[in-house]
Ligand binder design. Structure first.
Ligand SMILES: *Cc1c(COP(=O)(O)O)cnc(C)c1O
Length: 300
């Protein structure tokens, strides 16, 4: 079947944990990580309408931005190959990174990698810089860093289908946030749902504005969402011993692998919030496993 022609069916695993029993809450994990081994998680939904629109606009190439271990870049390379689109990535960092598992895959799938220093990377929103890139690489659809734009919101709005919400009636939905695009999509799709985002970067408060802008751009209702800023555990990409130990224990207890950048932090913070009593007895919490497992390779 062609990529993006139908949305994947994802299972929810209800987790058994003494803490949940003690606090009288239920916690289910929506397994977006199982969508596809190569384009897993929320990036499937974020890329869907972006790449389909490249096609309808008659564009044969897509360019985006990311770090050397980016799940977005990895997913873009695979999806672009699947749809017959040329992909180009502007990568923040040294060309030596081309050997890491994320970028080795991307190269194998035909992505063109363009390495830039931090200063150049910061110009990614500058129209003159983008013009230079067009001069160099030809016409392309530009997808922003992390894939977050109105089309990503439209795609992410489909993560929680009306049937799924009807069936499970979650009192809260919890997910990790990088750029906040996925959260904006969940809000746009279901404005009455109670949604909690856990930024994995320090000082994630700026995401409030970014999310509000994405919602406005998408003509979505303001919704019912909040951010908890206590789950960055040292900052973006930082892996503490506490986090590493937690991910290992979670895998033993539940048979589910979490990643170190996003879902491990989300779940560790969620457990802390539950033990602090942040969710009233009787809560049905739906946490989202947004994927990211490809990034575990070579990132120790
Ligand atoms: C990209 C990513 C996120 C963050 O998504 P945003 O839309 O940028 O907030 C969360 N989890 C995983 C595994 C990701 O790869």
């Amino acid at each position: 079947m062609e990529l993006f022609s139908a949305n994947p069916q994802c299972q929810i695993d209800w987790l058994d944990d003494p803490l949940f029993i003690a606090k009288e809450v239920e916690v289910g994990l929506l397994r977006l990580d199982q969508i596809d081994p190569l384009i897993s998680g929320n990036k499937w939904y974020k890329l869907k309408y972006n790449l389909l629109s490249a096609r309808t606009q008659g564009l044969s190439a897509v360019l985006s931005f990311g770090g050397a271990y980016s799940n977005h870049i990895h997913a873009l390379a695979w999806a672009g190959k699947g749809l017959g689109l040329k992909t180009i990535a502007v990568i923040r960092g040294e060309p030596e990174y081309a050997g890491n598992p994320t970028l080795a895959d991307a190269l194998k799938w035909g992505m063109e990698l363009h390495f830039v220093d931090r200063k150049t990377y910061r110009k990614r929103h500058d129209p003159n810089y983008v013009e230079q890139l067009r001069h160099r690489f030809g016409e392309f659809l530009l997808v922003p860093e992390g894939g977050s734009n109105a089309l990503a919101v439209k795609g992410s709005a489909e993560i929680l289908s009306p049937e799924l919400i009807d069936q499970f009636q979650p009192s809260a939905v919890v997910l990790a946030c990088g750029t906040g695009g996925t959260l904006a999509g969940l809000v746009a799709g279901n404005p009455s749902l109670n949604i909690l985002g856990i930024p994995v970067l320090k000082g994630g408060g700026f995401l409030r504005n970014d999310i509000a802008s994405l919602l406005e751009e998408s003509s979505a209702e303001p919704g019912n969402w909040n951010l908890d800023l206590g789950g960055h555990f040292g900052g973006y990409g930082r892996v503490s011993d506490e986090l590493r130990t937690f991910i290992g224990q979670f895998k033993v207890a539940h048979g589910i692998q979490l990643d170190q950048v996003y879902t491990g932090k989300m779940m560790l913070r969620l457990m802390q919030l539950i033990s602090e009593g942040a969710f009233p007895a009787g809560s049905r919490i739906l946490a989202i496993h947004t994927g990211g497992l490809q990034g575990l390779r070579g990132m120790d």
